[in-house]
Design a protein around this ligand. Structure first.
Ligand code: ADP
Ligand code: MG
Length: 701
């Protein structure tokens, strides 16, 4: 059957090569189908026409009908704008355009009736409408739509500049439906299934979402399209998880042997917390189950994930397998390496470090040791993922601070052995359970919900820049008792010169403030070897103060440091502030986190700082963060294409629907385990088709 919807959009009415290019480039819209899946973000009741003398400030978008009496370009250069004096008989207002002036000017005609659509605002005590959409009243479709609820589509800058308005898209979509004529859009969910979950048909849904009869219909259409979207993602994840567990036997780590026992009895430097014990037990169960482990370990900063990782690795060694642990930065890898070596002491375990800076002969040696099985624990950065790194027999891979790694990178770990190794992913970013299952597939979650005993909760203070003395006194007092301090400067882009200058100036200033102290500097542009040298020296107490960018954000562990000063704290996000604060309070003494800002900060920044001062609970902070940012932006999920690839559903807002879709997928797999029931042909075919366009989720976790 010929698929009308696969036709190129260039065959649509009024769409020339220039516009086609913009649709291709800006929105990845090529075919009629792509266009139909470009959904409006809101609807506006355009049945009402206002009179100019009724207009007020703070109105939503409105429509007026009248004529342009005068058209002029005002200003020069980048400030240039186009202004029209617009008259409807009841009054006169100014219409203003800032972008796409040349195009718009060419289109507009004086003394003709226009339908104007836009938002009134007040400028110089006058009502203006900026960037209004103009439709000549003799153009039929506009009149046609007048009495209707109309969709509003998002536009990009270049769309605006070449005259592609929301109405243009609306007309294109109208043209798609006209082209379809009597051809029906193939349904993607079987009827029995739609009845079961109360979903309207696909064709109806697509029509109503673009050309709505009323808001109730829009709601039904959205529900159907969102459900479908979430359902196929979930089905894909569960289907592959299911196939995977059938195909691969997990390595069975049945023994708790001498490595684990020796460590537990002779080397453990502290008593494990109950939460640590519980998590180790959960992991042990997985490792012995015969299935491949895919576990996410969540634990707030400082909750003691590292020791859990090490003990898990020892279980692997006891069962004759190699293991590796991967960290997101060189500093962190270096630190893990040192920690692991220190904790193991004289135990007979060969640990090696592989990062980008390990070169030459040493690198060759480590690679060889890894291949021969001589290396038991390989610690490293993403350098571990390189094809050149081959193990003799790797049975477990641990990923620390997972949110720094991309999906595809994680997938590479799977190929490091004939059967995929057990995977443990550790993160300090609390991710709601339902979100975790959407993003990471069929992943089990363990939580360390308790900090080691005797920790004094960190005191968080908000100081103003103008009040430097207070800050200096606090830091000096701590250093005089033998403690150390961090000063962190925001560096949004490590490459931004101005930010680096902030750090340099800050460094000089701090050196002056603390003349008698030893102050070191650390930033991402330094060579790895330099960075490591500075970090080591700070660790051994050679420096009192470390002035740094956020390169120290994740995982750095110097228990003697008791003050974290965060400069321009208003420029950091909550998750980052929390991570940074987690660098102190790692010993038993009182620690401090000082958030420094100017007097003038935005309301949202001020709220963030308030949250930080109030709480040290990472889960609470993550929740508040979510409220402030709105959904879809939860840190730790940006790299997951899955959230961005969703066109209509939102995994946080549409949580109920997500759970329903997941259950539906689960039920379907149970009811049709051979995936061959005639009733579900449509579903299985659709799943395969969609799968081609998504990441191979089976390999993520
Ligand atoms: P994170 O979960 O942030 O990676 P770490 O594993 O770095 O935390 O542990 C933070 C600090 O707490 C380390 O200095 C570690 O030695 C210490 N620690 C971990 N577990 C315990 C425990 N059960 N009792 C006391 N100290 C602990
Ligand atoms: Mg850690």
């Amino acid at each position: 059957m010929y698929d009308v919807l696969s036709q190129d959009i260039m065959y649509l009415h009024g769409v020339g090569p220039k516009r086609v290019k913009i649709f291709n480039k800006d929105l990845e819209i090529f075919s009629l189908r792509d266009l139909l899946y470009y959904f409006p973000h809101k609807y506006i009741d355009r049945s009402r026409i206002y009179r100019i003398n009724e207009l007020e400030e703070n109105m939503a978008a409105i429509q007026i009908i009248g004529q342009i009496k005068l058209l002029t370009e005002v200003g020069i250069g980048r400030r240039k704008r186009l202004e029209a004096i617009f008259d409807d008989g009841t009054g006169v207002i100014r219409l203003v355009w800032f972008g796409g002036i040349n195009y718009i000017k060419r289109q507009l005609k004086l003394n003709m009736d226009y339908l104007v659509f836009g938002r009134p605002s007040v400028f110089n005590h006058e009502i203006n409408v900026t960037q209004p959409e103009m439709t000549l009243l003799n153009k039929i479709p506009a009149i046609d739509h007048l009495a209707k609820l109309r969709p509003v589509y998002s536009l990009t800058e270049s769309m605006r500049n070449s005259g592609i308005t929301s109405s243009v898209i609306e007309q294109m979509i109208g043209d798609v439906f006209a082209k379809l004529n009597n051809v029906h859009i193939p349904e993607t969910l079987p009827e029995y299934f739609r009845a079961k979950y109360d979903l309207i048909g696909l064709e109806e849904a697509l029509r109503e979402i673009h050309i709505p009869s009323d808001m109730e219909k829009v709601r039904q259409a959205e529900r159907r399209l969102k459900f479908e979207e979430l359902f196929y993602v979930q089905l894909d994840i569960l289907n592959y998880a299911d196939l995977r567990s059938k195909k691969y036997r997990g390595f069975v780590f049945s023994k708790i042997g001498p490595h684990f026992m020796t460590f537990y009895n002779e080397h453990l430097p502290f008593k494990l917390t109950e939460a640590q014990k519980r998590v180790i037990k959960e992991i042990r169960n997985d490792l012995g189950s015969g299935l491949q482990m895919n576990r996410l370990l969540q634990g707030d900063v400082g909750s003691g994930k590292t020791i859990v990782a090490l003990m898990t690795m020892l279980i692997a060694l006891d069962n004759g397998y190699q293991t590796c642990i991967m960290a997101p930065t060189e500093i962190l890898a270096e630190q893990h390496y040192a920690t692991v070596k220190r904790l193991l002491g004289d135990m007979d375990v060969k640990v090696a470090l592989l990062t980008g800076v390990v070169k030459g002969k040493r690198r060759a040696q480590i690679l060889e040791g890894t291949l021969s099985g001589n290396v038991n624990i390989l610690v490293g950065t993403h350098a571990l993922l390189g094809d050149i790194v081959s193990f003799r027999n790797v049975g477990l891979a641990i990923i620390d601070e997972q949110h720094r790694f991309g999906v595809e990178q994680r997938a590479k770990l799977w190929q490091k052995n004939d059967s995929p190794p057990h995977i443990l992913v550790m993160t300090a970013t609390p991710i709601p359970r339902t979100l975790a299952m959407t993003v990471y597939g069929d992943l089990d979650v363990s939580v360390i919900n308790e900090l080691p005993p005797g920790r004094k909760s960190i005191k968080t203070l908000h100081y103003y820049e103008e009040n430097e003395e207070k800050l200096v006194n606090l830091v000096r007092r701590e250093i005089e008792t033998g403690r150390q301090a961090y000063f962190v400067f925001p560096l949004i882009e490590e490459s931004e010169k101005s930010d680096l200058r902030d750090l340099e100036n800050g460094f000089e200033h701090i050196c002056e403030l603390f003349k008698e102290m030893k102050v070191a500097k650390l930033h991402g542009r330094m060579k790895e070897t330099e960075k490591n040298a500075v970090m080591d020296a700070f660790k051994t107490g050679e420096y009192n103060i470390l002035v740094s960018t956020t390169v120290i954000e994740v995982g750095v562990d110097v228990p003697n440091a008791s003050v974290m000063v965060i400069m321009n704290a208003n420029r950091f996000g909550l998750a980052q502030l929390h991570q940074l604060r987690g660098r102190v309070g790692r010993g038993a003494d009182q620690s401090y986190c000082v958030l420094v800002t100017g007097y003038k900060i935005s309301e949202i920044s001020s709220r963030r700082l308030e949250i930080m001062v109030d709480s040290t609970d990472g889960f609470y902070i993550a929740e508040e963060d979510l409220k402030l940012r709105g959904p879809g932006l939860l840190e730790g999920t940006q790299q997951s294409g899955i959230i961005f690839n969703l066109k209509i559903a939102n995994v946080i807002k549409d949580n109920d629907l997500l759970v329903l879709a997941r259950n539906a997928a689960q039920e379907l797999l149970k009811a049709d385990p051979d995936r061959n029931s005639p009733a579900n042909v449509v579903i299985w075919r659709q799943m395969l088709q969609k799968h081609k366009t998504t990441v191979d989720l089976s390999n993520i976790s």
